[in-house]
Design a protein around this ligand. Structure first.
Ligand code: KIV
Ligand code: NA
Length: 265
């Protein structure tokens, strides 16, 4: 495989080739995602929800993100691995942001970091970029700010927030981010942003007028049947499949069906 780089993604945008991105948090899943040909693997702080069972992304720590990211990196041969800087690891000041980004790069071997926010964290992004670490932006519904928003509903429906989002996207491009995620905003706004900047815009719940798509792997595989936002397409119902398989195993053990004569030494 030819490795995907930040440069390949920018080329894909200029060639009109859509970018596929999925999350992964562990070695086995990352190996499958990479083998299947997904361009970008995001070690998202959504691990806080889907791996650890927290209600929000806020509790996950930098050490825990590094653990997930290093597991993913060991599996990946082709995809670009982007790692979320978790809440609290970059908001206080640019020096702390750089320290956190350096820890991720050194200790996990990831290829880039992602930070939530625009203008507010401009200096931090610049400092990280100056150290040679590629940065992906993230605007719109930024889950680390859930207590400010108070709801997970669609962002930037009003002009004021939409204008700030457009300005922030242009700022992220200008300071040198290689891509930006737009989460849960109106499709027409996301398309407008994608057309007005040269770096790839990866959407989640942001419609088809952007340069690529990202989903949380547990959601698109249908491993949880509670979370059903409109933007989610389920490619499997693994919750049902796995529950059935595991239930069968338990029953086979109870009935002494497993192991049979061929399944022993
Ligand atoms: O943590 C995550 O999974 C993300 C994506 C939803 C973009 O940030
Ligand atoms: Na995230």
């Amino acid at each position: 495989y030819k490795r995907i780089t930040t440069k390949s993604l920018i080329e894909m945008k200029s060639n009109g080739e859509k970018i596929s991105m999925l999350t992964a948090y562990d070695f086995t899943m990352a190996k499958i995602v990479d083998t299947a040909g997904v361009d970008v693997i995001l070690v998202g702080d959504s691990a806080s929800n889907v791996m650890a069972g927290h209600e929000t992304t806020l509790p996950i720590t930098l050490d825990q993100m590094i653990y997930h990211a290093s597991s993913v990196v060991r599996a990946v041969e082709r995809a670009l691995v982007v790692v979320d800087l978790p809440f609290g690891s970059y908001q206080s000041d640019p020096k702390e942001a750089l320290r956190s980004a350096i820890r991720i790069m050194k200790e996990s071997g990831g290829h880039a970091v992602k930070l939530e926010g625009g203008k507010e964290i401009k200096e931090s992004i610049k400092k990280i970029l100056n150290a040679g670490i590629p940065v992906m932006g993230h605007l719109g519904l930024t889950p680390q700010s859930i207590y400010k928003f108070g709801t997970y509903s669609v962002r930037a429906k009003e002009d004021e927030e939409a204008e700030k989002l457009i300005a922030d996207a242009k700022l992220l491009e200008k300071v040198g981010c290689f891509a930006v995620v737009l989460e849960k905003i109106p499709a027409h706004l996301a398309e407008q942003v994608a057309k007005s900047i040269s770096i790839p815009v990866i959407g989640i719940g942001a419609g088809g007028g952007v340069d690529g798509q990202v989903l949380v792997i547990h959601d698109m595989l249908g491993m949880n049947n509670e979370f059903s936002p409109r933007f989610l397409r389920r490619y499997l119902n693994l919750y049902e499949e796995m529950t059935k398989a595991i239930g069968q195993y338990a029953a086979d053990v109870k009935s002494s069906d497993f192991p049979n004569s061929g399944e022993q030494y």
